[in-house]
Design a protein around this ligand. Structure first.
Ligand SMILES: Nc1ncnc2c1ncn2[C@@H]1O[C@H](COP(=O)(O)OP(=O)(O)OP(=O)(O)O)[C@@H](O)[C@H]1O
Ligand SMILES: [Mg+2]
Length: 478
């Protein structure tokens, strides 16, 4: 864990601030003190406290409102309330709303010390849990594929079993399920891992050029064939040729492919001479090749030849047990690569990922986590970050939940407090950045797009400060 957790103390009583501040430093906290709750909330994104100690009653806003706002703006942060006239009801309310605990004034030093130790321990526990998550997830990796559940464990077994001997394999599965990773794993664990792995995407090859691409051509074989060219089969000789989206292969080429797979024999276009190649062929498709073969859209002899060994990858929605493991690894990768502070996600965010339908499978999950990581303000990915990163959320006119505090059963005041705090936060950032929205977004640690959405939600798209008004005019073509 980082060496010094930050404790934010909010109270209008200077005596409290002085004693608690000094005392907490003795327990290894970096202490930040504020007398104005509203201003303190506005600074949350900058202060990034690990814990907040806040007075229940203050002139501007109460501790319970601060608690609600902190839960929304910094869900991983622990909150303890300072009460003067303790009532059981308030204490229960506070705990229900997610406070860690409460403490009475004047302070009992022993109890305060106990609470501070409790906070440190829970921060340590949280960080330990997160770390273990990623490390544990990585122990379920196989050749770059993460899979915890029985479906993937069986798939890993099949790859281990078939790779050393298989000469042709058909890998099937929906888009984004990891077919190319499986193909690469088969090659790496195969008999000749040091030889070439040549990948060709059949849907990207111009129809008339297939034969020359795969088998090569002689100089002058057709208009434009100015040189003799080696085809991909020869290029992959002694190694592996990966034919992605094999379902897109024209029928005319399929007979020649069968000959190459069956007999290891190819012919360059324009040449009468047959050549021998020794290539392991792995084909992949997201289409139902059996059905295509049954109604004549794909040669059935080629289909049967290719599918002697078939490895099917189950769609992500049918192996949801893998999602938390994949998410943990993708989150770590994204935050490292994008230099973001995000180290974990809230339980609500994890739940949302777990229950989504994932038509784009693992690729889509990876993309959503990367986008959420860019949108996130702090250390923990929130449900809202994930929601905003889901396909369909961005660009649609009014996404359901987006940088907007979730409406909940509590009083309308909660909403106002959160919105006010967000507004103050944004104003503060705009001031710091002299009205430059991109700069303000950077200060807040959010994307520019997220910044615009936030401004719109807060009714600030026409900018509130003079500085930002100028910035808008400056960027306008007129
Ligand atoms: N089990 C997995 N563990 C880790 N990453 C995975 C896993 N499955 C897929 N991925 C990642 O998801 C992305 C898509 O994988 P891949 O390209 O292999 O899918 P595909 O099935 O070939 O998709 P398409 O049909 O669209 O070509 C890649 O970034 C890959 O690294
Ligand atoms: Mg692919």
């Amino acid at each position: 864990m980082k060496s010094e957790p930050t404790l934010l103390v909010i109270d209008d009583d200077p005596e409290v601030l002085a004693t608690v501040g000094h005392f907490a430093e003795g327990f290894g906290f970096k202490v930040v003190i504020r007398t104005n709750a509203r201003a303190a909330l506005a600074e949350l994104a900058f202060l990034k406290p690990d814990a907040v100690l806040v007075a229940l009653r203050m002139p501007d806003i109460g501790g319970l409102e601060v608690l609600r706002a902190v839960r929304d703006l910094a869900p991983a942060c622990q909150v303890i309330l300072i009460t003067k006239h303790p009532s059981v009801d308030t204490a229960i309310d506070a705990i229900k709303l997610g406070a860690l605990d409460y403490i009475n004034k004047p302070f009992d030093r022993e109890r305060l010390g106990g609470l501070l130790i409790g906070i440190r321990k829970s921060i340590e526990r949280r960080e330990r849990l997160l770390r273990v998550d990623v490390d544990v997830a990585k122990t379920f990796a196989f050749q770059g594929l993460i899979g915890r559940g029985p479906a993937m464990q069986e798939l890993f077994d099949s790859v281990r079993r078939f790779a050393p001997h298989a000469r042709t394999v058909l890998v099937t599965g929906e888009t984004g399920t990891g077919k190319e990773l499986v193909a690469r794993a088969l090659h790496t664990l195969g008999a000749r891992p040091d030889r070439r792995f040549v990948a060709v995407n059949c849907s990207a090859v111009v129809e008339g050029l297939f034969e020359s691409e795969l088998f090569g051509h002689q100089r002058g074989a057709f208009t434009g064939a100015t040189d003799t060219k080696m085809g991909l089969f020869e290029h992959a000789d002694n190694g592996t040729l990966f034919l992605d989206e094999i379902g897109e292969l024209p029928l005319t080429i399929q007979a020649k492919l069968l000959r190459a797979v069956d007999l290891g024999e190819i012919q360059r276009v324009g040449s009468v001479e047959g050549r021998h190649v020794d290539v392991a062929v792995i084909a992949a498709t997201n289409r139902d090749l059996r059905a295509a073969a049954a109604d004549g859209r794909f040669r059935s002899d080629l289909y049967y030849r290719l599918s002697v060994i078939e490895i099917h990858i189950v769609p992500l929605r049918e192996r949801r047990e893998d999602i938390p493991y994949l998410s943990a690894v993708f989150l770590r990768e994204s935050s490292d690569r994008l230099h973001r502070p995000t180290t974990g996600m809230t339980a609500a965010a994890e739940r949302m990922l777990l229950h989504a339908s994932w038509p784009g499978n693992v690729r889509e999950l990876r993309n959503v986590i990367e986008r959420a990581c860019l949108l996130s303000d702090g250390k923990m990915l929130s449900e809202r970050d994930v929601q905003a990163a889901m396909p369909g959320a961005a660009g649609t006119p009014a996404p359901p939940v987006l940088d907007v505090a979730r409406p909940r059963a509590g009083s309308p005041l909660d909403q106002d407090i959160v919105t006010d705090a967000q507004r103050a936060q944004v104003e503060h950032a705009l001031q710091e950045a002299r009205g430059n929205k991109a700069g303000a977004a950077r200060l807040l640690g959010i994307s520019r797009r997220s910044m615009y959405r936030r401004l719109e939600h807060l009714g600030m798209s026409c900018a509130r400060s003079g500085a930002s008004k100028r910035a808008i005019r400056g960027t306008h073509p007129n």
